[in-house]
Write a protein of this length. Structure first.
Length: 280
């Protein structure tokens, strides 16, 4: 498997056991008694947290991790795959009676709803899908891993959102990947974030300045799914932790949307650190 894809999925899988536990103090106490990496989701553990959402009992990856795997495999099989072709794949996975067994996120449900309107010839208005989670980064990661320009991914991104901000972020992360060829990770991050969307300048600046992770998250970011929370946290983790293992553990300890943050984290980590052999 492609190194970047393998790393993205590994990082996603490693933190799935605490994904959507929003009680970081509880996670820290839990980590004192057992390993929280590569842990299956356990309802008894989720029930003890102040806030949690238990939906991935029998999964290897989050829904976004599965979508990344499906897109990578589909493009490997057919480099000329269109966004319409992939929309068909997603529909076959998520529709009632489809191949996917398990939780479906709201954007997947809305996609099925809109396809059923056509399939059943219903007189209903379709729903606009404008998701703000990290799922729109999945096409970016896959096309990056395959050595293709992010412009090739934009039609796939539009399955989830038409927000032009994603293109701005992709340009910033493209710069980061380019800078990593000649600079340290910290230097590359310092240079790349200067090209972030204007209203994210403070969050990214503080991601580098504030060393304490909990303080940074409480004041300038968040633990939840939207990209406005996840992206500054990803930059903070990459800047302040100095190994593949440390970044992954720090991501797990934060809680919230840990596995979905892990996809982009893993993709970037694959360009900087060797994947731990024991984890493979």
């Amino acid at each position: 498997m492609n190194k970047m894809i393998e790393s993205a999925l590994l990082s996603n899988h490693a933190t799935l056991g605490v994904h959507w536990i929003y009680d970081h103090e509880y996670i820290k106490k839990l980590s004192d008694t057992r390993s929280i990496l590569f842990m299956k989701q356990d309802k008894s553990i989720f029930d003890k947290a102040k806030t949690s959402f238990f939906v991935y009992e029998n999964n290897q990856y989050s829904v976004q991790g599965e979508i990344l795997k499906w897109l990578y495999e589909a493009l490997e099989d057919n480099p000329l795959l269109s966004a319409k072709d992939f929309d068909d794949i997603l529909y076959k996975q998520f529709k009632p009676g489809g191949y996917n067994q398990g939780y479906v996120e709201k954007y997947g449900k809305l996609q099925v709803f809109n396809r059923l309107i056509d399939e059943l010839n219903l007189s209903m208005d379709k729903q606009v899908i404008n998701d703000q989670q990290m799922v729109a980064f999945v096409p970016y990661i896959v096309f990056k891993a395959l050595g293709r320009d992010f412009s090739d991914a934009m039609d796939f991104v539009k399955i989830y959102s038409d927000d032009p901000i994603y293109e701005e972020f992709f340009k910033m992360f493209d710069l980061l990947f380019d800078y990593l060829k000649v600079f340290t990770l910290q230097e590359a991050l310092e240079k790349a974030i200067t090209e972030c969307p204007n209203h994210f300048e403070l969050a990214f600046k503080k991601a580098l300045e504030v060393k304490d992770t909990d303080e940074f998250i409480e004041k300038y970011a968040g633990r939840a799914c939207p990209y406005k929370h996840a992206l500054p946290v990803i930059v903070h983790l990459l800047y302040h932790y100095s190994s593949y293992e440390d970044v992954t553990m720090a991501n797990a300890l934060i809680g919230g949307a840990s596995a979905d943050r892990g996809l982009l984290l893993g993709a970037i980590l694959s360009e900087v650190y060797r994947i731990p052999e024991k984890w493979l």
